[in-house]
Design a protein around this ligand. Structure first.
Ligand code: ATP
Ligand code: MG
Length: 462
């Protein structure tokens, strides 16, 4: 007999009544009484557990009834109506143990902290919380592809190994096959990367944007969705060393176009999550984030506030609030500033545009004032920055000058400059941190709990 995922059983509960089905999964809990035992089984296909009653006529009743949480079981039985919390349950006829569980299985106690679960990431997807997060993650990935594809965007794949530090932030992981104990040296005594595998110094990509621009300037609207690497030494609840980024890039679009695209994309994900993961969202609201659904529904149906960086600085200065980092025109907005604006001042997502050029990357389009660039960040309550984007500099000379003044080598960006010489066009794009979107929609407060195997400073286990 073929296994039926528990999700299918609940979805078709009426047609399956009095039918025999086979389920396979892991025991959540098991309560033994004299003549029968209650097995609560979860197979991860959905939030719900299936309650199964196994009576002592089963030949292996002793083995089944003494099993503990975590045991992997296969049970064939009859679906029947239930008087309990759920509409149906199973009368288990043929139970079997597929995989026994050792006594030191770490998930036997009901309550465990998220912190503790991070140390046992190899089994934490068995918990209600993490499996719910990963199902939402799956659906948001599907939503992403559907949202962009339905609007004519092409899904492209940009390289993960790169020779350029596009953000200019120097937070890169080196990719090298040189002998680290005895690397070849140049005459000046520096490591000679021209002898390295790629004939140049190479890194794991911190963005796919530059390559996405090249394809946008050939195919119109494209997006990449892939892993991104940053060796920033941030021990925060919002940064990972390896995270997933969604980066649309749109030819003939200006900053307002992509700010609007970003807002609609976030709203689309929220609606998609309500449609596809109602049980999970209800669980997160109950367990972690009071008012989650009310807040999200409000965001999904209202226009995002839009202010300039200069207005944001004004709001911060007028707030009279004591911040750790000084507020004055020209400083980068710190997390505390972003959170004040989105959580306390507007109590809603906010799009901040036109940042000072000195705190932004070289490729952002210079405004006529010569001081600010056409950049935008989307900030959301609880998370802070979720999207960073810009209109790209499309003027060859201005871009060249910016590369130079940012201390970058023009020769590293020759192909990127070519895009401005070979039929260039205005174009814009952004990057959305996929994990930050998951945090926002689930209400989970630590980014390490929304990716299965988080990488952060000091940790690459699993
Ligand atoms: P932050 O100020 O939070 O460090 P950033 O300005 O460095 O963000 P961008 O370079 O604009 O971020 O990257 C685009 C998006 O990628 C951000 O809006 C954020 O959602 C996400 N992001 C950036 N760095 C990380 C990280 N280390 N871990 C997870 N997501 C990240
Ligand atoms: Mg950063």
């Amino acid at each position: 007999m073929k296994r039926t995922p528990i999700k299918e059983i609940f979805r078709n509960n009426e047609t399956l009544i009095n039918q025999t089905v086979l389920v396979k999964g892991w025991v959540k809990s098991l309560r033994k009484s004299k003549a029968f035992s209650f097995v609560v089984l979860n197979d991860g296909s959905c939030f719900q557990d299936l309650q199964i009653i196994v009576d002592d006529t089963a030949p292996n009743y002793e083995e089944i009834s003494t099993s503990i949480a975590g045991t992997c079981m296969s049970i064939e039985g009859l679906i029947v109506e239930s008087g309990g919390k759920q509409a149906i349950e199973m009368q288990g006829k043929k139970p079997e143990v597929i995989g026994k569980v050792a006594q030191d299985y770490p998930l036997q106690k009901k309550k465990t902290s998220l912190e503790f679960l991070r140390d046992i990431a190899h089994v934490r997807a068995r918990t209600n919380t993490l499996s719910a997060v990963f199902r939402v993650r799956h659906h948001l990935a599907q939503a992403t592809h559907k949202f962009f594809s339905d609007q004519g965007f092409y899904y492209i794949h940009t390289p993960l190994i790169t020779a350029s530090d596009a953000e200019g932030a120097g937070e890169l992981f080196r990719v090298s096959t040189l002998d680290d104990k005895n690397p070849p040296k140049t005459e000046a005594g520096a490591v000679d990367y021209s002898k390295d595998y790629f004939g140049a110094e190479t890194f794991l990509a911190c963005t796919g944007q530059l390559e996405a621009e090249s394809l946008a300037l050939a195919m119109g609207s494209v997006y990449t969705f892939g892993p991104t690497f940053r060796s920033e030494n941030s021990h925060t609840s919002r940064h990972l060393s390896e995270f997933w980024m969604v980066e649309p890039e749109v030819a003939f679009a200006d900053l307002d176009d992509v700010a609007d695209l970003g807002a609609r994309y976030i709203q689309y994900m929220i609606n998609y999550a309500f449609e596809h993961c109602p049980d999970e969202l209800a669980f997160f609201e109950k367990q972690y984030a009071k008012d989650l659904s009310e807040t999200l529904k409000h965001v999904a149906s209202s226009e995002f506030k839009k202010i300039t960086y200069t207005e944001a600085i004004d709001i911060l200065l007028k707030s009279q609030k004591k911040f750790d980092f000084k507020v004055e025109w020209g400083v980068d907005l710190q997390t505390e500033h972003e959170r004040f604006i989105t959580e306390e001042h507007f109590k809603a997502p906010v799009i901040v545009t036109d940042y000072p050029k000195d705190i932004k990357a070289f490729y952002m389009k210079l405004n006529e004032d010569g001081k600010t660039v056409r950049a935008m960040d989307i900030l959301v309550p609880g998370v802070g920055e979720i999207i960073g984007g810009s209109q790209r500099e499309d003027d060859f000379e201005t871009l060249k000058a910016r590369i130079k003044s940012c201390g970058l080598e023009e020769s590293d960006y020759d192909w990127y400059l070519d895009l401005r010489r070979f039929g260039g066009a205005p174009h814009s794009g952004f990057g959305l941190g996929f994990e930050r979107a998951i945090m926002y929609i689930t209400g989970m407060s630590n980014i390490r709990d929304v990716i299965a195997f988080p990488r952060f400073p000091g940790n690459a286990k699993f």
